[in-house]
Design a protein around this ligand. Structure first.
Ligand code: URA
Length: 444
């Protein structure tokens, strides 16, 4: 087999066999296929896409490039959750403890932020002492002790994805549904939970710019889960503006704590109730309505917050941060963004808001950049709000620089008009699969 022939086959729109795809992934990881050829292959996939069969073959080959987490030492039905990414998305910090407080076992492996989107690992590492680098044994012990763990993903799971993602990142081939689906699902299937909740974000802050694109990605991911025998629910959720009012690590932690005290922003609270409810449903805790009611009670009634404190303490962090926010890293005043005319905020470019936070230091441009945990943005006004010229729309925080550049990005990313925008839906859709029971672990 030659990589050249496979590139030409894909370029000409033909379907590759499982063996051919495995040859490509293995060769890319071992270095036998040079990066130039992998890049050409990825570009051919960008234009020709892949069949469901090819996507599943690629997912399997990427899983087999590394280890599979063995969660068999953790008791109970284990439910994991993954979001395709967003701005101000702190849902994991709310829904994992809430679902766990209702008896769902949650081994959650999370990622760092990259580009305009944030990552749960960065938020948790803002808590003094919190460890996201637990070994497999420590992670299993933490989940067995508390019922949930939130840790960083080990580099040994689907290493092919890391290599291929880095090439996609520099060759304009990130935004390919087939590649996004294989990338996410290889890591999620390798992490070994029994059931999976997918949050497919849609809008200007997400990969999927519209609902049709989100639905198409959701269907591909559910198809992979189906073939792998993994019961999965996907929610399509709005990411056309940041979730809640806070963007940036400390700011988002505080907003998550407030949400678990029943004082969270309405959009964040609504999405968290829906997602935590789905996790209960996936764990077999009842029908959707009952599961949502139980999730709501856990989020607003204090049980979720108590569980989050246990999770933080169990991973070496200081649980007092949940009540005493001065124990978290803070940022200096870096300016304000004001309305330049009267009107309604008719919409925002959500990725611009993420980029502004990144420039303040809250996110990284490259994988190994440092993070300013105290940097971020607090929104005072959002889509649909009225503003008068000179009203403060956002306050900015940073310990470095970038305030004026961030303000100009926010200005370009905020649209003010004379008509109120139509109301928006937060949950755009829901799909679920019903795979046959799996034969045994690692069977596919
Ligand atoms: N997140 C991933 O892990 N992979 C992608 O390709 C896109 C988002």
């Amino acid at each position: 087999m030659r990589a050249y022939d496979l590139i030409c086959k894909k370029r000409d729109g033909k379907e590759l066999t499982e063996e051919e795809i495995r040859f490509f992934i293995d060769g890319c990881c071992s270095g036998q296929i040079p990066d130039e050829q992998t890049a050409a292959f990825l570009m051919a996939v960008y234009f020709r896409s892949m069949s469901r069969h090819e996507i599943f073959a690629m997912t399997k080959a990427m899983i087999d490039s590394g280890e599979r987490a063995d969660l068999s030492r953790i008791k109970g039905i284990k439910v994991d959750k993954h979001s395709t990414g967003g701005v101000g998305d702190k849902t994991t910090l709310v829904i994992i403890p809430a679902a766990c407080a209702c008896g769902v076992v949650c081994p959650k492996l999370s990622g760092r932020g990259l580009g305009h989107t944030g990552g749960t690992v960065d938020k948790l590492e803002a808590i003094p002492g919190y460890r996201c680098d637990l070994s497999k044994e420590e992670f299993a012990a933490a989940v067995n002790r508390v019922g949930a763990g939130i840790s960083g993903q080990s580099a040994s799971l689907a290493p092919a994805d890391k290599k291929i993602y880095a090439l996609r990142d520099i060759t304009g081939t990130v935004e390919v549904p087939a590649l996004i689906a294989a990338s996410i699902m290889s890591k999620k299937l390798a992490s070994g939970a029994d059931r999976l909740l997918l949050d497919i974000t849609v809008g200007s802050g997400a990969f999927n710019k519209d609902e049709a694109a989100g639905l198409a990605l959701g269907k591909i991911m559910l198809d992979i889960a189906q073939r792998a025998g993994k019961k999965t629910v996907a929610l399509l959720t709005d990411m056309d503006e940041p979730l809640g009012f806070a963007i940036g690590n400390t700011a988002e932690l505080i907003e998550a704590f407030e949400t678990l005290k029943g004082r969270g922003p309405s959009d964040l609270t609504e999405i968290c109730i829906a997602m935590a409810g789905e996790m209960l449903y996936l764990a077999g805790k009842g029908d959707i309505a009952d599961c949502r009611a139980a999730a709501k009670q856990a989020i607003t009634g204090g049980a979720g917050l108590r569980k989050l404190k246990e999770i933080i303490a169990s991973q070496g962090g200081d649980p007092l941060v949940c009540d005493d926010y001065s124990r978290l890293p803070s940022g200096e005043d870096a300016g304000v963004f004001k309305a330049e005319k009267d009107g309604f905020i008719t919409g925002v470019d959500c990725s611009g808001y993420g980029r502004a936070a990144q420039i303040l230091g809250a996110g990284r441009a490259r994988q190994n950049d440092g993070i300013d945990y105290g940097a971020g943005i607090l929104l005072l006004k959002k889509r649909g709000d009225t503003v008068k010229k000179g009203d403060i729309i956002a306050r900015l925080f940073s310990n470095s620089h970038g305030g004026s550049e961030a303000v100009s990005i926010l200005r370009e990313s905020t649209f003010i008009g004379s008509q109120a925008p139509p109301a928006r839906r937060l949950i755009l859709g829901r799909i679920e699969n019903e795979p046959a029971p799996r034969l045994k672990y690692g069977d596919f």
